[in-house]
Design a protein around this ligand. Structure first.
Ligand SMILES: [Ca+2]
Ligand SMILES: [Ca+2]
Ligand SMILES: [Ca+2]
Length: 167
Protein backbone atom coordinates (compact mmCIF):
# COMPACT_ATOMS: atom_id res chain seq x y z
CA UNK A 1 0.00 0.00 0.00
CA UNK A 2 2.80 2.38 0.91
CA UNK A 3 4.53 1.74 -2.40
CA UNK A 4 1.29 2.40 -4.28
CA UNK A 5 0.81 5.70 -2.45
CA UNK A 6 4.37 6.81 -3.13
CA UNK A 7 4.04 5.93 -6.81
CA UNK A 8 0.79 7.82 -7.03
CA UNK A 9 2.40 10.74 -5.25
CA UNK A 10 5.12 10.91 -7.89
CA UNK A 11 2.50 10.75 -10.64
CA UNK A 12 0.53 13.50 -8.89
CA UNK A 13 3.58 15.76 -8.84
CA UNK A 14 4.45 14.88 -12.43
CA UNK A 15 0.90 15.63 -13.55
CA UNK A 16 0.98 18.99 -11.80
CA UNK A 17 4.30 19.84 -13.42
CA UNK A 18 3.06 18.93 -16.89
CA UNK A 19 -0.06 21.05 -16.50
CA UNK A 20 2.09 23.92 -15.25
CA UNK A 21 4.19 23.79 -18.42
CA UNK A 22 1.12 24.46 -20.50
CA UNK A 23 1.30 22.80 -23.86
CA UNK A 24 -1.64 21.76 -25.98
CA UNK A 25 -3.24 19.10 -23.79
CA UNK A 26 -6.23 19.45 -21.47
CA UNK A 27 -5.76 21.93 -18.66
CA UNK A 28 -6.94 22.36 -15.09
CA UNK A 29 -7.83 25.55 -13.25
CA UNK A 30 -5.01 26.98 -11.12
CA UNK A 31 -4.35 24.88 -8.06
CA UNK A 32 -6.29 21.84 -9.32
CA UNK A 33 -4.58 18.49 -9.93
CA UNK A 34 -4.89 16.66 -13.24
CA UNK A 35 -6.01 13.04 -13.11
CA UNK A 36 -5.91 10.73 -16.14
CA UNK A 37 -5.55 13.74 -18.44
CA UNK A 38 -9.31 14.24 -18.28
CA UNK A 39 -10.27 15.32 -14.76
CA UNK A 40 -9.17 18.04 -12.35
CA UNK A 41 -9.33 17.47 -8.60
CA UNK A 42 -9.02 19.81 -5.67
CA UNK A 43 -9.00 19.33 -1.91
CA UNK A 44 -10.94 21.85 0.16
CA UNK A 45 -9.81 22.20 3.75
CA UNK A 46 -12.98 23.83 4.99
CA UNK A 47 -15.59 21.71 6.75
CA UNK A 48 -19.09 21.77 5.29
CA UNK A 49 -22.20 19.55 5.28
CA UNK A 50 -22.33 17.31 2.20
CA UNK A 51 -24.84 19.37 0.22
CA UNK A 52 -23.03 22.63 0.97
CA UNK A 53 -19.75 21.02 -0.07
CA UNK A 54 -21.28 20.35 -3.50
CA UNK A 55 -22.32 24.00 -3.75
CA UNK A 56 -18.83 25.10 -2.78
CA UNK A 57 -17.31 22.93 -5.53
CA UNK A 58 -19.49 24.62 -8.15
CA UNK A 59 -18.91 28.06 -6.62
CA UNK A 60 -15.15 27.59 -6.82
CA UNK A 61 -15.19 26.33 -10.42
CA UNK A 62 -18.45 26.30 -12.34
CA UNK A 63 -19.58 22.78 -13.21
CA UNK A 64 -17.54 21.16 -10.46
CA UNK A 65 -19.07 18.67 -8.03
CA UNK A 66 -17.85 16.27 -5.35
CA UNK A 67 -15.37 13.74 -6.70
CA UNK A 68 -16.52 10.52 -8.39
CA UNK A 69 -14.26 7.55 -7.62
CA UNK A 70 -14.64 4.70 -10.09
CA UNK A 71 -11.41 2.73 -9.63
CA UNK A 72 -8.79 1.72 -7.08
CA UNK A 73 -6.32 3.89 -8.97
CA UNK A 74 -8.46 6.97 -8.56
CA UNK A 75 -9.18 6.15 -4.92
CA UNK A 76 -5.42 6.01 -4.31
CA UNK A 77 -4.96 9.30 -6.19
CA UNK A 78 -7.61 11.03 -4.06
CA UNK A 79 -6.16 9.60 -0.86
CA UNK A 80 -2.71 10.84 -1.88
CA UNK A 81 -4.18 14.26 -2.62
CA UNK A 82 -5.69 14.32 0.86
CA UNK A 83 -2.24 13.46 2.28
CA UNK A 84 -0.46 16.06 0.15
CA UNK A 85 -0.94 18.79 2.73
CA UNK A 86 0.53 18.88 6.24
CA UNK A 87 -1.68 17.39 8.98
CA UNK A 88 -5.00 19.08 8.41
CA UNK A 89 -5.88 20.42 11.82
CA UNK A 90 -8.70 22.44 10.25
CA UNK A 91 -10.25 19.17 9.01
CA UNK A 92 -10.10 17.39 12.34
CA UNK A 93 -7.44 15.94 14.54
CA UNK A 94 -4.22 14.98 12.82
CA UNK A 95 -5.26 12.40 10.31
CA UNK A 96 -8.18 10.73 12.01
CA UNK A 97 -10.67 12.71 9.96
CA UNK A 98 -12.34 12.03 6.64
CA UNK A 99 -13.46 13.76 3.46
CA UNK A 100 -16.72 13.95 1.55
CA UNK A 101 -16.88 12.25 -1.82
CA UNK A 102 -19.82 12.30 -4.25
CA UNK A 103 -21.41 8.96 -3.35
CA UNK A 104 -24.79 8.93 -1.58
CA UNK A 105 -27.99 6.94 -1.12
CA UNK A 106 -30.31 9.85 -0.42
CA UNK A 107 -32.85 8.80 -3.04
CA UNK A 108 -33.14 5.18 -2.04
CA UNK A 109 -31.66 3.30 0.90
CA UNK A 110 -28.53 1.32 0.01
CA UNK A 111 -28.85 2.39 -3.63
CA UNK A 112 -25.63 4.36 -3.85
CA UNK A 113 -25.15 6.74 -6.76
CA UNK A 114 -22.63 9.46 -7.58
CA UNK A 115 -23.94 12.93 -6.81
CA UNK A 116 -27.37 13.16 -8.47
CA UNK A 117 -26.41 11.54 -11.75
CA UNK A 118 -28.05 8.15 -11.09
CA UNK A 119 -24.68 6.71 -12.12
CA UNK A 120 -23.91 3.92 -9.68
CA UNK A 121 -20.69 2.46 -11.03
CA UNK A 122 -19.18 -0.76 -9.75
CA UNK A 123 -16.12 0.23 -7.76
CA UNK A 124 -16.59 0.42 -3.99
CA UNK A 125 -14.08 0.68 -1.17
CA UNK A 126 -16.22 0.32 1.95
CA UNK A 127 -14.62 0.02 5.35
CA UNK A 128 -15.35 -2.94 7.62
CA UNK A 129 -19.13 -3.39 8.18
CA UNK A 130 -19.93 -0.31 6.07
CA UNK A 131 -22.23 0.99 4.78
CA UNK A 132 -24.43 0.53 7.85
CA UNK A 133 -26.93 3.41 7.51
CA UNK A 134 -26.45 4.11 11.22
CA UNK A 135 -29.27 6.47 12.29
CA UNK A 136 -29.98 7.09 8.60
CA UNK A 137 -26.59 7.93 7.09
CA UNK A 138 -26.89 8.81 3.39
CA UNK A 139 -23.63 10.51 2.38
CA UNK A 140 -20.21 8.94 1.93
CA UNK A 141 -16.86 10.01 3.33
CA UNK A 142 -13.36 8.73 2.63
CA UNK A 143 -11.37 7.93 5.70
CA UNK A 144 -8.06 9.80 5.82
CA UNK A 145 -5.80 6.96 6.86
CA UNK A 146 -6.39 4.16 4.35
CA UNK A 147 -8.96 5.72 2.03
CA UNK A 148 -11.81 3.41 3.07
CA UNK A 149 -15.40 4.60 2.70
CA UNK A 150 -18.13 5.08 5.27
CA UNK A 151 -21.71 6.27 4.98
CA UNK A 152 -22.17 9.23 7.32
CA UNK A 153 -24.79 11.78 8.37
CA UNK A 154 -25.07 14.27 5.47
CA UNK A 155 -25.26 17.13 7.99
CA UNK A 156 -21.85 16.30 9.46
CA UNK A 157 -19.21 18.82 8.47
CA UNK A 158 -16.25 17.49 6.54
CA UNK A 159 -13.49 18.76 4.32
CA UNK A 160 -14.09 17.59 0.76
CA UNK A 161 -12.63 16.79 -2.64
CA UNK A 162 -14.07 18.41 -5.78
CA UNK A 163 -13.73 17.40 -9.41
CA UNK A 164 -14.29 19.14 -12.71
CA UNK A 165 -13.59 18.06 -16.27
CA UNK A 166 -10.27 19.22 -17.70
CA UNK A 167 -10.70 21.64 -20.59
CA1 LIG B 1 -31.83 7.42 3.92
CA1 LIG C 1 -28.45 5.43 3.81
CA1 LIG D 1 -21.64 4.28 8.45
Amino acid sequence: MKVLLITTSVLLLAGTAVSAWGGTGPKCPNGWHMYNNTQCLSLFTRQEPWEEARRQCDFKTSGSDLVIIDSAEKNAFVNTLVHSKPPLISCGLLGIDSYWIGLNDRRREFWFEWNDTQERGEYRNWGFLEPNNLLGEDCVEMEYDKGKWNDEDCDSKRCFVCEVAAT
